[in-house]
Design a protein around this ligand. Structure first.
Ligand code: NAG
Ligand code: NAG
Ligand code: NAG
Ligand code: NAG
Length: 439
């Protein structure tokens, strides 16, 4: 069964890539503003969610009123666009709680998304309401109260058995999916959650515009909480005065725009208006505004690669070439159109050069193009198909090739190995394994 984890990874990666259209998506008009009715919320302004749940493909959905956000950035849309039948029954306007069922022992309900409203529960699979639903909560989850505040799945290994944690006020109910047994505990030390969420095997209680990480079995909180949800789970441009840029950027679960290391071994990772830098020989990261170091570039880069002591930075249709040194100087004549400089047309998702080579590997959608930087004029000389539906960033170094997709990266020994591989390698967490954020 070695194949299975790989297959699951592939699904997740594909799902995440859909969840997180990269920087360029943010510039484009989203095209469904006319569909907004009633209160439209801007999540970067700091709102309290009614419910958070991942869908069957691993895409996180954030619910507020009759709207939902898919993924960690982008605009909201009406919930009934995705979950049509929510309206047929009650004209809900909101949900109390939601979670995605995880139970390998119960194939029927596995991966179903459950919604709770007052005394009813709705079960959706593949975005359709399951026959016979909505049902009374007690008929599906005996012992669980009405008017829930939050619900989150807790698979065996993280909880003692495959369970669901239901929260109302300061009471937590561990519901054993197989035995239908309920363990009730008072979690008075936790803030009262309005939604709860499992992400990368961690458990988060959301309250107001903040969140607190808790232990799924004991509810114990370790570390400094609450923290602002916008710092970790949303892609926002403005942050509060108290936001610690370094902590936020190392811990954020939002996709990166670009990653590269220069010839001296300094590493740079870009996201939105900021970049993280790890100086050669150091193991700590520090965040700065992009504008401070690369004034013309300002923010929201699409791809960055390092070649011959220069950083090649791509944003929209233009490429900016900066010398590397104590200060970064934009070369005369730049920015230039990417099409003129590299012979590549269209949006660039990611780009990298492997050390001592002069080939730029340019990723666009599911293809990687090789451009010989020593040739004149430069043009695409080779094309490789990729497993990934959408890549956010890529880099190549002594450890091989790293491809970043959403909250994860995938590592290959070499380009050759990457081109030959049929299944995805293990997914690594960017925040933990690249940036050392353990919470
Ligand atoms: C979806 O919800 C909106 C606002 O709540 C409502 O105006 C609209 O009629 C609903 N659409 C459907 C198809 O039910
Ligand atoms: C999900 O629904 C779509 C149509 O609504 C259908 O084409 C697809 O096969 C369904 N997938 C599963 C896994 O049931
Ligand atoms: C949390 O919920 C409990 C009821 O379970 C309530 O007594 C308490 O006042 C709530 N705390 C806050 C801060 O709202
Ligand atoms: C910001 O966060 C970093 C990393 O967690 C930490 O080392 C640093 O001391 C923090 N700075 C402040 C001002 O709290």
């Amino acid at each position: 069964m070695r194949l299975l984890p790989g297959t699951l990874c592939l699904c997740l990666a594909l799902a995440l890539s859909q969840a997180a259209p990269s920087g360029h998506g943010a510039h484009k008009p989203q095209g469904h503003d006319h569909e907004h009715h009633g209160a439209v919320h801007e999540r970067c302004e700091g709102i309290e969610f009614d419910a958070v749940a991942v869908n069957e493909e691993g895409i996180p959905y954030f619910f507020k009123g009759d709207h939902l956000w898919k993924g960690f950035h982008g605009n909201s849309e009406l919930s009934n666009k995705t979950f049509k039948e929510l309206d047929d029954h009650h004209h809900l306007g909101h949900v109390d709680a939601a979670f995605r069922m995880h139970s390998k022992d119960n194939q029927h309900d596995h991966d179903h998304i459950f919604f709770f409203l007052n005394d009813h529960v709705f079960s959706f699979y593949n975005h359709s309401l399951e026959k016979g639903y909505p049902k009374k909560i007690e008929d599906v989850f005996p012992g669980i109260p009405h008017n829930l505040d939050a619900a989150v799945e807790c698979p065996k290994g993280e909880c003692v058995q495959d369970s669901v944690i239901f929260i109302r006020g300061d009471e937590a109910y561990h519901y054993d999916i197989k035995d239908k047994k309920v363990d009730e505990s008072k979690w008075a030390h936790l803030p009262n959650c309005t939604s709860a969420f499992r992400w990368l095997e961690h458990y988060y209680c959301f309250h107001g515009n903040t969140f607190t990480k808790f232990h799924p079995v004991t509810g114990t909180v370790t570390g400094k909480y609450p923290k602002d949800a916008r710092d970790y789970f949303m892609r926002c441009h403005k942050f509060g005065k108290d936001s610690n840029h370094t902590e936020r950027e190392t811990c954020s679960r939002v996709h990166l725009d670009a990653v590269t290391s220069d010839d001296a071994g300094n590493v740079y990772a870009f996201r939105g208006h900021h970049y993280l830098e790890q100086k050669a020989g150091s193991d700590t990261w520090e965040a700065h505004p992009i504008e401070k170091t690369w004034k013309k570039l300002h923010s929201e880069v699409d791809a960055v690669f390092s070649y011959n002591n220069h950083l090649y930075m791509i944003k929209d249709d233009n490429i900016y070439v900066y010398s590397v040194g104590d200060t970064h100087k934009l070369l005369d004549g730049y920015p230039k159109p990417v099409s003129k400089e590299l012979g590549i047309k269209g949006h660039v998702d990611a780009a990298f050069v492997c050390a001592d080579h002069h080939i730029a590997h340019i990723i666009q959608g599911q293809k990687m193009y090789d451009v010989d930087l020593a040739a004149n004029p430069r043009a695409v000389k080779n094309e490789v198909p990729l497993h990934f539906k959408k890549v956010d960033a890529g880099t190549c170094g002594p450890e091989g090739v790293k491809i970043m997709v959403g909250s994860h990266y995938y590592q290959y020994e070499s380009l050759k190995v990457m081109a030959a591989s049929k299944i995805l390698p293990e997914a690594h967490k960017i925040s933990l394994e690249l940036f050392g954020c353990d919470h």
